[in-house]
Design a binder for this molecule. Structure first.
Ligand SMILES: C[S@@+](CC[C@H](N)C(=O)[O-])C[C@H]1O[C@@H](n2cnc3c(N)ncnc32)[C@H](O)[C@@H]1O
Length: 176
């Protein structure tokens, strides 16, 4: 598949992710999982961690996300795995999980329910979760904060408006 050289990562997302990742101690990062992958998150991560192979997880058959990654991301240091996160191996040791606009689609596939997806995300053996949600997705903040407080703490948060006018709420969570 030919790459679409006209596409570029949104400047707002690049800066937002840059700010959220800036508080991560990343001199010893061995693996990064992009849970709920897409071209923006893969482009950002493959630029930031040039010496790693980034693993992107998409729901099986979600060509809406897989094709643009293949067409638009110019870096090659990534692999895409098609897997329902509900089946992800909880023993896999991870340094950083990025969940970029993932929770807003949590209930779109396989009749998954938001509380279960959230619980699964926070059961992963990761040191950090970097998360970005859209305000209009109306994520259940009470449930989200309860999960965060059980497992760790927010070390950075950001609120930005995207080029299309969406309010993006970002946070970096350090797990204990
Ligand atoms: C809005 S997209 C994420 C956008 C992406 N991070 C980007 O930068 O373009 C939501 C993603 O979550 C994935 N997803 C939703 N439910 C999932 C599940 N249960 N397991 C794995 N991936 C899931 C979808 O396949 C899609 O890749």
């Amino acid at each position: 598949m030919e790459t679409n050289s006209n596409w570029q990562i949104s400047e707002v997302q690049r800066k937002l992710l840059g700010s959220l990742f800036s508080v991560i101690e990343d001199n010893d990062v061995k693996n990064v999982f992009d849970i709920g992958s897409g071209r923006t998150s893969i482009q950002y991560l493959t630029d930031r961690y040039k010496n790693l192979v980034i693993t992107g997880i998409v729901f099986p058959g979600d060509a809406r996300k897989i094709d643009p990654i293949k067409e638009c991301v110019t870096n090659t240091n990534y692999e895409i795995i098609e897997q329902d996160i509900m089946h992800f191996d909880e023993n896999q040791e991870i340094d950083i999980v990025l969940a970029h606009l993932f929770l807003g689609e949590a209930e779109q596939f396989a009749e998954n329910k938001f509380p279960k997806i959230l619980e699964k995300l926070f059961s992963l053996k990761t040191k950090y979760i970097v998360m970005v949600n859209l305000e209009r997705d109306n994520i259940n903040q009470d449930l989200l904060l309860a999960e965060i407080n059980k497992r760790g703490k927010i070390i950075k948060s950001e609120r930005v408006v995207s080029e299309s006018g969406d309010v993006c709420l970002g946070m970096t969570i350090k797990l204990t």
